[in-house]
Design a protein around this ligand. Structure first.
Ligand code: ASP
Length: 320
């Protein structure tokens, strides 16, 4: 299968200052920082790249990247424009983690667009790791964020339509997932890793439901000695195997990023006796700049940006 479905730039390296040497999985040594993100989040990668290419820190880069789909009303599963829950409310989950294992997270956050930036404030301005609901919203307001309506007319119409026949998809979640949740991982020129994850979760979820995305170790994990990982898809499945932590631990024990993601997928599939129709996709980046991804079902892709590449890669998957 041709895994590279898009190749835009190959000469960026000539335009940018030289960075550290990193070696890529199965590829030649390349120079410079790396950013990767779930799905077609090339615009997010570009925002992150602005920071990384100027020598800025990975933490700033992943936050800047995650803010792009959060502000995009056309993105149905992140921030503004995300599908609501069954009660018509858009509730956001996000987290961020840096190279010093410091992290911040918010869950069940209402009416604040940039959940990832609130998560960063939790990391920086609180003694805690995770805040939820009303308390998270109050914390955001105290830190200068503004309340705004996140439910677009288009998303409201989808919800109203769903209410006419309010089936809750249990096995096939795809209809209301839309595959845009962003997990974004970066390695900066100093050789430090950070990651972020942000989502409005599964559309038409139960009110109060929280997925994997804000859970450190499930939707995201970073260990600056080893690598970083993020997840997308049915959060309940990811939580059950502590997915992103599992991927990083597999890399610690020698697995390549792609193989670590594949083995984490295998654990989920095994939880279902080898057959399932839900989707989960993982993404991994190791300390040397090698990256990879793997999914349960076909159709998962991830975006990569380095000095040499700007690509959307079609991931391999368990069920082909
Ligand atoms: N993982 C997210 C959740 O379960 C959904 C997604 O990735 O689309 O909330």
């Amino acid at each position: 299968m041709d895994r590279k479905i898009f190749l835009k730039t190959s000469l960026l390296g000539a335009l940018l200052p030289a960075g550290r040497k990193f070696s890529f999985s199965g590829q030649a040594e390349a120079e410079g920082p790396v950013v990767i993100s779930t799905w077609d989040n090339r615009k997010a990668n570009s925002a992150a790249w602005e920071i990384l290419s100027g020598g800025g820190p990975a933490l700033d880069a992943v936050e800047a990247g995650a803010r792009v789909p959060e502000a995009d009303p056309g993105d149905r599963s992140v921030g503004y424009g995300g599908y609501p829950d069954r009660t018509g409310k858009v509730t956001l989950d996000a987290c961020i983690m840096n190279h010093e294992s410091r992290c911040g997270s918010v869950a069940f956050l209402l009416d604040i667009k940039h959940a990832v930036s609130v998560a960063r404030k939790v990391l920086e301005n609180s003694p805690h790791v995770m805040m939820v609901g009303e308390g998270a919203q109050q914390f955001a307001l105290d830190n200068g964020f503004k309340k705004e309506n996140l439910l677009t007319e288009e998303a409201r119409q989808v919800w109203l339509n769903w209410k006419k026949n309010p089936e809750y998809p249990v096995t096939s979640w795809d209809q209301y997932m839309n595959h845009d949740t962003i997990g974004i991982l970066a390695l900066d020129r100093q050789g430090n890793l950070s990651g972020a994850c942000t989502t409005s979760g599964i559309g038409m979820k139960m009110h109060g439901r929280v997925g994997d995305s804000p859970l450190i170790g499930a939707g995201l994990f970073v260990d600056n000695d080893i690598g970083a990982a993020a997840a997308t898809g049915v959060g309940e499945e990811v939580i059950r195997v502590a997915g992103s932590h599992l991927v990083v631990e597999l890399m610690r024990h020698g697995a390549s990023p792609t193989d670590a993601c594949r083995r984490a997928v295998e654990r989920i599939v095994n939880n279902h006796g080898g057959a399932m129709d839900g989707q989960v996709g993982f993404l991994a980046l190791n300390k040397k700049g090698a990256y990879g991804g793997y999914a349960i079902q076909s159709g998962y892709s991830y975006a990569v940006r380095t000095l040499q590449q700007e690509e959307l890669i079609s991931s391999e998957s368990w069920f082909g």
